[in-house]
Design a binder for this molecule. Structure first.
Ligand code: ZN
Length: 351
């Protein structure tokens, strides 16, 4: 099959191309629970840029020699192409979305449904071959069958970007009351989904902060109560909009270039600051944590069950993923466009 392969890291993301189109062996069923999915679409994620620049090396490639060549792509949807002998409830041709983490299913975390914290898992596209290709091997445990209304390439990026946004927005929606405020920092591929999930699941006011007019216009089309251009004065503008107190929840989809200190400053006392993006350290004194009783909450993708919840929202038309389609052959262009902030919503590679 054809695949886009990462053969070397590029620490400062300055190379003109990062992945190479190659002919590679087709994935094969090895375990009786394996499923081969013919890719309908693979989302292009900022994590892929972080993989290229080597941010993940400490975790996935500590010796610097073992992981590459790697087929990236952890946001996959398509059609069942082949199933292992013990797979039930799936047939060839079923449209599916793939939860990004392959879990064992028998440890305590898996049995409690905390898929992302299961032991001995793998994460195709990050620590083994993913979906920048014509086909992908996964496990029956990862498969969510798509409702008739949903088309694989249009929903592929829900499997990580959408799911991550959903989990954070769901956590916030559980405590946000009418009349309260949620700030969303960053209205790109994840943020615009979070806005729609918040809209569907709670009645709080939503304020969106972003430096990009493109992202703010996307946020506006999702239905928000306030738009704040991140021009250096965003903290005071949010405080102005919240009567000087800050927001009960702040969802930070950026978490770099200074947004963590600004995000915490936009969070009111006893409010919750959700970290979803990653790229810098959070600096906060123990004194401030004690006196403000603010909560800082990490968010790691989401569970298989949450992916089914998100598909229900999508099936009902409550969330819509803005996508920009690229052919698999144009993977480098998609990655460059993401790196240059030129994508409205989410880039998706279609083989
Ligand atoms: Zn991703």
């Amino acid at each position: 099959m054809k695949a886009q392969v990462l053969n070397k890291y590029d620490d400062d993301l300055t190379a003109s191309s990062w992945v190479d189109m190659e002919n590679v062996p087709d994935p094969k069923i090895e375990k009786s629970s394996d499923v081969i999915v013919r890719i309908g679409g693979a989302g292009v994620c900022r994590t892929d840029l972080h993989i290229i620049e080597g941010v993940w090396r400490v975790a996935t490639d500590p010796t610097g020699t073992g992981l590459l060549p790697l087929i990236m792509g952890h946001e996959n949807a398509g059609w069942v192409e082949e199933i292992g002998s013990e797979v039930e409830g799936l047939k060839v041709g079923d449209p599916v979305i793939v939860h990004p983490k392959i879990t064992g299913g028998t440890c305590i975390a898996c049995r409690r449904g905390h898929d992302m914290h299961g032991e001995n898992g793998s994460f195709p596209g990050v620590d083994c071959n993913g979906g920048y290709a014509e086909a992908l091997k996964t496990s029956v445990r990862n498969i969510v069958k798509l409702p008739q209304t949903l088309i694989p390439k249009e929903v592929a990026a829900y499997s990580d970007a959408g799911l991550t946004a959903y989990r954070a927005a769901k956590k916030a929606s559980r405590h946000l009351l009418p009349g309260e405020t949620c700030v969303v920092i960053g209205s790109g591929g994840l943020g615009h989904i979070a806005i729609q999930v918040l809209r569907a699941m709670c009645a709080a006011d939503i304020i969106v902060v972003d430096p990009s007019d493109l992202a703010l216009s996307l946020a506006e089309s999702c239905g928000v109560d306030g738009l704040v251009k991140a021009d250096g004065n965003e903290v005071s503008k949010v405080l102005e909009l919240t009567k000087g107190r800050g927001a009960e929840a702040v969802l930070d989809f950026v978490a770099e270039r200074g947004t963590t200190s600004k995000g915490l400053a936009m969070t009111r006392d006893m409010g919750s600051y959700y970290v979803i993006g990653y790229g810098e350290d959070i600096n906060v004194s123990a004194f401030e944590m004690v006196t403000t009783e603010k909560n800082i909450i990490g968010n790691l993708v989401g569970t298989w069950a949450e992916l089914t919840e998100l598909m229900s929202l999508a099936d009902k038309g409550k969330v819509h993923l803005a996508t920009q389609e690229y052919s698999l052959a144009n993977a480098n262009q998609a990655l460059q466009d993401l790196n240059n902030g030129k994508i409205k919503g989410r880039a998706v590679l279609v083989p």
